[in-house]
Design a protein around this ligand. Structure first.
Ligand code: SAH
Ligand code: SF4
Ligand code: F3S
Length: 440
């Protein structure tokens, strides 16, 4: 294929961001080169998210907009991948509604991308490839990572939990763990390339290995990663509270590399709602877990995901969520208004909460959480943190940015050659979403 350029638009979670790195790797191994902007690309791929309607709508708008580009440049090839087309009906609808789309592929079809592109570019076919089953994990697909010090490594695909509101298990398939040796090898390679921090990815990392050995092996995996020389920091996401076992807490507590931060989505604070969500734990269990972790890992920070307005959520249930937030005092939280997803059990529940109630509740929750976040960040003033410098700050080019081990963003003045290094920074001001500091 003659040299053609590509541009990838990514929506959704870290899983999708990493899939886009794989798509880029595949494209470059086929001879494509990156295009600095959408307008000049020969190939545009949108990697989509379907977790909420707002996420889906964004994609439909974007696809609509690309029609204009295609009119200006009829040779432009446009493809859509990711979680939206993984719902087969939606994939077919996309093809019908948007005649300017050239190809559509599901989350399970990434390894097939070269073949799909061959059909599109050389045979001029319109291609729809959405496999309903996940197939084997394919190792050794090239990945083009963002340069820098931090890299993302998938340890498992899919999810078996079927929380009643969530579409992810339907679009990502069942849990499949990568072999431990493949993961370790990938991380050793990353370290050899100069990466110093890895974030292990999975919808439920705590059940890593269940499908390989019949029991979770996450603690064992962490312990082995901890031994990799030259690696400085290890993070992981997401942890399901039900599956976070003591042995994982022990490894976190004893390891120098595993950072003192847990993203521990609670989703709701009322036992009735947690049950209806099929989360598999109670608020008492969750609060107890947080206490246990705090006792073992001093200074650990917690972040979470919360949904308001799940079907049947009363004022009292919502109060229980606010109460839990007050008790845990999260460093930050992603808050969502419940959104019906076709095909999930919650979408069929009769007692849906009116939109105006949901928006009032989320406002209240955000206000509460913002107050706590700001207070905790103010408490950091005067503290000294070890920061892994990522490079120039995205919001203030004259400053550097990096994260504390507890995953707080810190912005400070310093020379650009500190990028990739560990430095000590004294916090001078705690803001709502970040900390300001000075090098010490
Ligand atoms: N596997 C992760 C994250 C999954 S999606 C986990 O279990 O935590 C990210 C977040 O989106 C979820 O944690 C949940 O808070 C939110 N979410 C998922 N489905 C949703 C829906 N139908 N409506 C609103 N928020 C939703
Ligand atoms: Fe969705 Fe629940 Fe699986 Fe997370 S654990 S991806 S919320 S089904
Ligand atoms: Fe969205 Fe798919 Fe991630 S639905 S949240 S991109 S797994």
């Amino acid at each position: 294929m003659a040299e053609k350029s590509y541009y990838i638009i990514t929506h959704g979670c870290q899983m999708n961001v990493h899939d886009s790195e794989t798509i880029a790797g595949i494209l470059e191994s086929m001879g494509f080169v990156p295009s600095p902007e959408e307008r000049t690309a020969d190939l545009i791929i949108i990697n989509t998210c379907s977790v909420r309607e707002t996420a889906e709508n964004k994609v439909f708008t974007k696809i609509g907009e690309l029609k204009k580009l295609k009119r200006e440049n009829p040779d432009l090839i446009i493809g859509v991948g990711g979680c939206i087309p993984q719902q087969e009906k939606v994939a077919k609808r996309l093809l019908e509604r948007f005649p300017h789309l050239d190809f559509i592929f599901g989350t399970h079809n990434l390894p097939e991308l070269p073949k799909i592109l061959e059909r599109v570019f050389e045979k001029h076919e319109r291609v729809l490839e959405v496999w309903q089953s996940e197939g084997q994990i394919v190792e050794g697909i090239p990945v083009k990572r963002e340069p820098g010090v931090r890299a993302w490594v998938t340890i498992m695909y899919g999810c078996n939990n079927f929380c009643t509101y969530c579409i992810v298990p339907y679009v990502r398939g069942r849990e499949r763990s990568r072999k431990k040796e493949d993961i370790l090898q990938e991380i050793r390679q990353l370290v050899a390339e100069g990466y110093r921090e890895v974030t292990l990815l999975g919808q439920n990392v705590n059940s890593y290995g269940k499908d390989l050995k019949g029991k979770p092996m996450f603690a064992e995996l962490l312990a082995d990663i901890d031994k990799i020389d030259g690696l400085w920091r290890v993070r992981f996401t997401t942890s399901h509270p039900r599956d976070l076992t003591d042995d994982v807490i022990e490894v976190m507590a004893s390891s120098r590399k595993i950072c003192e931060h847990l993203h521990l989505p609670v989703q709701a604070g009322s036992n009735k709602i947690l049950k209806a969500m099929h989360r598999g734990y109670t608020r008492e269990y969750y609060l107890n877990l947080v206490e246990k972790i705090r006792a073992k890992i001093p200074g650990v920070s917690f972040t979470t995901d919360i949904i308001v307005g799940f079907p049947g959520e009363t004022e009292e249930d919502f109060e229980q969520t606010l109460d839990l937030v007050r008790k845990v005092r999260y460093d930050s939280a992603f808050t969502f208004v419940y959104n019906k997803r076709t095909g999930t059990p919650a979408a069929e529940m009769i007692d849906q909460v009116p939109e105006e109630v949901k928006s009032r509740r989320i406002q209240e929750l955000i206000e509460l959480q913002n107050g706590i976040s700001l207070e905790l960040n103010k408490n950091e003033e005067g503290n000294i943190h070890e920061i892994l410098v990522e490079g120039k700050s995205k919001t203030d080019e004259t400053k550097l940015a990096g994260r504390t081990r507890t995953n707080k963003l810190v912005v400070f003045k310093g020379s650009e050659d500190l990028a990739g290094k560990l430095v000590k920074v004294k916090i001078t001001e705690g803001k709502l979403f970040h900390l300001e500091g000075v090098l010490v």
